[in-house]
Structure formats: structure tokens, C-alpha cells
Design a protein around this ligand. Structure first.
Ligand SMILES: NC(=O)c1ccc[n+]([C@@H]2O[C@H](COP(=O)([O-])OP(=O)(O)OC[C@H]3O[C@@H](n4cnc5c(N)ncnc54)[C@H](O)[C@@H]3O)[C@@H](O)[C@H]2O)c1
Ligand SMILES: [Zn+2]
Ligand SMILES: [Zn+2]
Length: 370
């Protein structure tokens, strides 16, 4: 029997920790995923760290991957780009972290040295960017290899809450940077957020740093809209009947909104943003798109609008961490379901049927949670 065959028979979590395999959520092409054994990651570069996952979660982007919207993700890839864990091992080049440190894993890997990193655009780091759970194995596993660990991990603060702080891996910086900062939300603005998933709700929470006067929240799911109301949305619109844009235009007396933020990633919701943006307004796209959208320049060319796109850079993570620790931002409220990491297949079913299940953020924890 070969070593690989013998380790595949190991099942108990405590034995797995010392063995050379682990369990991981593996993508096998559109619509196909499995919770299966994979080799445990090892240090490959001096800047690497191996992290034992204690908390992980699922993102809307993982659902896009499973729809086949991101062809760069290939068969055999371990998914997941959000997580918290304990460092098991560091490479010789890691200076900021040590074995045993508890860390927040950023969804974006940053070398901190290349031209893109030096101008704060970590998302396009020449050595990293969004690679985790994309072109590199991700965090929906018992262990993950984090490359460029010094730039891609954040120290977990003493007394911090894992459920709240795992939202710093992706959704809080994404909502804030791609939606609020790119949309240039200002005091007194009327803004509309299309999509009340975890990302749209993160936009909603962080937009309120700037006191917009009115916040329209548009979604198909009344449960998510009800959550949005609790989180500060002032007007809720269920867009199931296709009349969302008309309602917004009526309620703004034909003016439209100063900022329209797209947080879904489909042509229909991008179209709503174009229909409701006011003269001089901004459309900030956050959603990951797998299909082309129609850009109506025949209507927009004279409207003085701007349109932005962005892959989250995670440059605001240290600031957002401070706001969460102060209690002024409470992203833990987005957690609706909790599963052991071992039940991740069930967790995906729940998250993929979010409307029926009333799911927002689905948190996965391991038995070895510290
Ligand atoms: N730009 C980035 O860096 C970045 C980072 C993370 C996630 N994202 C993307 O952000 C988007 C949102 O992520 P999420 O985790 O909140 O996803 P999600 O799937 O949980 O939420 C999407 C929401 O859109 C709603 N929706 C669907 N069709 C709609 C329609 N026609 N009209 C109105 N609402 C509709 C759904 O009901 C749901 O509430 C995804 O596209 C995700 O891939 C982008
Ligand atoms: Zn994500
Ligand atoms: Zn870089």
C-alpha cells in the first residue's frame, strides 16, 4: 500500500492533524462540488504560512464559480477566500507572524512590493491579488497555504469575535471600497443598493459612515429586505415584478439617485442602476458578472455620470477592524446559520437557497476552534 492510499483511510480529526491529508470543499466544474480528502498544504515559498482554519464562510462569488461564471477556476480547486485560523508553520521569509498566532485571512493576497501594491491596488498585485479559492487553493478546508503571508494576514485582536471578524476577510472591505468609496457616497446623498445579499448589506452598513439622506434597497427577497430595514435602509423595493426602476424614479420625482450600487452581478440589476442614476451621479459596480451587460450610452452620454468597477483591494481592512472593535459596526449580525466545517455541503445548500432558508452569512467552524 502506498502512503497516499494509507492516509486516505484516516478519518478522525485529531489524527488528520498529524497526517498528510485534510478535508476540503473541492470544485469539480460547473454545478459540481465535493467535500473530500486533499493533501495538506506545505510551505512552498519563503513568504508562505500554513494556517489551520477555525472559522470559514461562503461568498456569493463561490456561487458564481459554481455557476461557471469564472472559468479561471478549474476542476480540483479548493474554494473559499474568507477565514480565520491559527498559524501552524511559517516560511523563512515571514517576519510579521509566528506559529500559534491567530489571524484573519484577507481574500486578497498582497506582496507589498510590486507597483500595484505600492499604489494600494492589492487586488492587482503582480504576485497575488484575488488568487485564494480562485487560482490557488482556498479556505474552505482544514488547512490553507497563504502566500505572501506578511501582506495577506491580519493579526486577530485579543477578545475579538470570530463570527464578526471573519466579515473582514471580504464582505466589509468589498462593500466599503467597491460600493461606498467608488460611489463617493456623501452626506445628504440619495443612494440605491441593488442586491441585499451580504455584500449589499455590507454596503448599507458602511455607507452610513457618510450619512446619506435616503437609502433605497432593492432585492427580490422580502426577508433580506426586512434585514436591510433593520440595518438602516429607508426605502425597500421588491423588484420581482420588474418595476423597481419606475418606483425609484417616481419616489425621487424623476431625479433618480446620486449613487446606484450594483451588488448582484447580473444584466438585469446593472440595467436598474443605469435607469435610476441621476444626472451627475455615480454607478458603482460591485457584482461579479459572468455575462455581458448592455451599456445604454444612447441614454447616458449627456448625463455627466461616472461608472466604476473594482475588485476589492482590502486596503481599508485595518480601518474597518478598528470600527468593528469599537462596536460601531456590527457585522456579526449578518450571521444567520452556523455549521461545523464538516457539514459544508449542507451549508452550501442553505446559502444557495438563501431566500427559502432565510440565509445571509453562513459560518463554518472546526472542532479545533480556538
Ligand atoms: N467586486 C468584488 O471585489 C466582489 C467581492 C466579493 C463579492 N462580489 C460580488 O458581489 C455580489 C453579491 O455578493 P453576495 O455574497 O451578497 O451574493 P448573494 O448571492 O448572497 O446576494 C445577491 C442578492 O441579489 C438578489 N438578486 C438576485 N437577482 C436580483 C434581481 N433581479 N433584482 C434584485 N435583486 C436580485 C438576491 O435575492 C440576493 O439577495 C456577487 O456578484 C459577488 O460575486 C464582488
Ligand atoms: Zn467573496
Ligand atoms: Zn504586490
Amino acid at each position: 500500500m502506498t502512503t497516499t492510499e494509507s492516509v486516505l483511510t484516516i478519518t478522525s480529526p485529531s489524527t488528520l492533524r498529524t497526517g498528510s491529508t485534510m478535508k476540503a470543499l473541492v470544485y469539480h466544474g460547473p454545478g459540481k462540488r465535493a467535500w473530500e480528502h486533499k493533501p495538506r498544504p506545505t510551505i512552498q515559498e519563503p513568504g508562505d504560512a500554513i494556517v489551520r482554519i477555525t472559522t470559514s464562510t461562503i461568498c456569493g462569488t463561490d456561487l458564481h464559480i459554481l455557476k461557471g461564471d469564472l472559468p479561471a477556476v478549474t476542476d480540483g480547486r479548493i474554494l473559499g477566500h474568507e477565514g480565520i485560523g491559527l498559524i501552524e508553520q511559517v516560511g523563512a521569509g515571514v517576519t510579521e507572524f509566528h506559529t500559534g498566532d491567530k489571524v484573519i485571512i484577507s481574500c486578497v493576497t498582497a506582496c507589498l512590493k510590486c507597483d500595484c501594491c505600492k499604489r494600494g491596488m492589492y487586488s492587482h498585485c503582480r504576485q497575488g491579488g484575488w488568487i485564494l479559492g480562485n487560482t490557488l487553493d482556498g479556505t474552505q478546508a482544514e488547512y490553507v497555504r497563504i502566500s505572501h503571508a506578511d501582506g495577506s494576514l491580519y493579526r486577530f485582536p485579543a477578545g475579538g469575535d470570530e463570527e464578526a471578524l471573519v466579515m473582514l476577510s471580504d464582505i466589509l472591505p468589498t462593500g466599503f471600497e467597491c460600493g461606498v468609496l467608488n460611489g463617493q457616497v456623501k452626506p445628504g446623498d440619495t443612494i440605491a443598493i441593488v442586491g441585499a445579499g451580504p455584500i449589499g448589506l455590507a454596503v448599507l452598513l458602511t455607507a452610513q459612515f457618510y450619512s446619506p439622506a435616503a437609502i433605497y434597497m432593492i432585492d427580490l427577497d422580502d426577508k433580506r429586505l426586512a434585514v436591510a430595514k433593520k440595518f438602516g435602509a429607508t426605502i425597500l423595493i421588491n423588484s420581482s415584478d420588474g418595476s423597481a426602476a419606475r418606483h425609484v424614479m417616481e419616489m425621487t420625482e424623476g431625479a433618480g439617485v446620486d449613487v446606484a450600487i450594483e451588488a448582484v452581478g447580473i444584466p438585469a440589476t446593472f440595467a436598474i442602476c443605469q435607469d435610476i442614476v441621476a444626472a451627475g451621479g455615480r454607478i458603482a459596480n460591485v457584482g461579479v458578472h459572468g455575462k455581458p451587460v448592455e451599456l445604454h450610452l444612447e441614454k447616458l452620454w449627456d448625463r455627466n455620470i461616472s461608472l466604476t468597477t473594482r475588485l476589492v483591494d482590502t486596503v481599508t481592512t485595518p480601518m474597518l477592524l478598528k470600527v468593528v472593535l469599537s462596536g460601531k459596526l456590527q457585522p456579526g449580525k449578518l450571521v444567520t446559520h452556523r455549521f461545523p466545517l464538516n457539514d459544508i455541503m449542507k451549508a452550501y445548500d442553505t446559502f444557495a437557497n438563501a431566500a427559502k432558508e432565510g440565509a445571509l452569512k453562513v459560518v463554518l467552524t472546526t472542532s479545533g476552534r480556538a
